[in-house]
Design a protein around this ligand. Structure first.
Ligand code: CP
Length: 329
């Protein structure tokens, strides 16, 4: 199933300035003001980390990190965020193997159990909608750390924070979003986030087979963001503020053959492409992992932020979000 889940009106609890105790399932819960609240606190968290200042803000709080899919950044940054703030984590990676899921326990029972031990659950799952289902049964807040090809809202917090820190605004920006719009949950959430601000345009560069579904394209355009689909590097506008490259989501495809064909038709950032189509002020982003997206020869370019500020901002924004959700800020 490729279509981005569209949440029926009323099915998601809006944040509306009050984060305490809320599930974080979709970018659709946020207003621009909610995002700025996270960013203001993320800046404080950044100062705290850079000063190596100890914090007890989350002392006594235990957060379950329940990851049914592999992760480096999301898992690592959530674990670091809780610990940097003096809290503790209950780490369950691969619950199918290391928990009673292996014995046939239902998803709902597993969520109820970990909800009983902790103050919040951070959940990654291969199925779209899994975080919403977890939120229905858990008695603690559930944070969606990526549900299949649906959404990855906390990735978007760090992505928007990175863009905001660079340009000082989130409106009237032009972005190139390349790779796998069909399956990339980071793109699905990022477009929703950019649509909260006026005057934004995104160019989607992908092989034909990895375009957004027509239904999703129309639904996202109806939010007011301009979305232009392009099919070759020659069409990349040279005045983009940011490039955001995503890998082809191999795990969402039906066969290795299909992946190899799509990989052969996909696009890669190289020093030559940057020299030809990018301006000096833009930033180059990638949610990572980097698989065929960006030539390592680009890493030393000062515009490449994916292994620098973008990755660090994942820690600061997740520290901020946890503090808000747990009612400590
Ligand atoms: N960007 C991201 O979600 O990376 P991980 O899959 O390593 O968490």
């Amino acid at each position: 199933m490729n279509q981005v889940i569209t949440h029926p009106p009323g099915s998601l609890e809006l944040i509306s300035g009050d984060f305490k105790g809320k599930d974080i399932l979709s970018l659709d819960q946020f207003s621009a003001a909610d995002l700025y609240r996270v960013f203001a606190l993320a800046r404080e968290m950044k100062e705290l980390v850079l000063a190596s200042q100890p914090s007890q803000l989350l002392a006594g709080q235990l957060v379950a990190l329940l990851f049914y899919e592999p992760s480096s950044r999301t898992f690592g940054s959530f674990a670091a965020a809780v610990k940097r703030l003096g809290g503790q984590t209950l780490d369950i990676q691969n619950p199918e193997v290391v928990s009673s899921v292996w014995k046939g326990e239902s998803f709902e029972d597993t969520i109820s159990v970990f909800g009983a031990y902790t103050q919040a659950i951070v959940l990654r799952h291969p199925l779209p909608g899994a975080a919403q289902r977890a939120a229905e049964v858990a008695n603690v807040p559930v944070i969606n750390a990526g549900d299949g090809n649906n959404e990855h809202p906390t990735q978007t917090l760090l992505d928007l924070f990175t863009i905001y820190e660079q340009f000082g605004r989130l409106d009237h920006l032009k972005g190139l979003l390349a790779g796998d719009p069909l399956n990339s949950r980071t793109l699905h959430s990022l477009i929703r986030g950019l649509a909260l601000f006026e005057g934004n345009t995104v160019y989607l560069l992908s092989p034909e087979a990895l375009r957004l579904t027509r239904e999703d394209l129309l639904a996202l355009r109806s939010r007011g963001i301009e979305i232009v689909e392009i099919h070759s590097e020659r069409e990349i506008p040279t005045d983009c503020h940011f490039w955001y490259w995503t890998r082809i989501q191999k795990e969402r495809l039906s066969s290795l053959d299909e992946y190899q064909q799509l990989a052969a038709a996909s696009f890669q950032v190289t020093p030559a492409l940057l020299a030809e189509r990018a301006n000096r002020e833009m930033i180059l982003m990638d949610p990572l992992p980097r698989v065929g997206t960006i030539d390592p020869a680009v890493d030393s370019d000062e515009r490449a932020v994916y292994l620098r500020s973008q990755i660090r901002n994942g820690l600061y924004t997740r520290m901020a979000l946890l503090a808000l959700i747990l009612g400590k800020a």
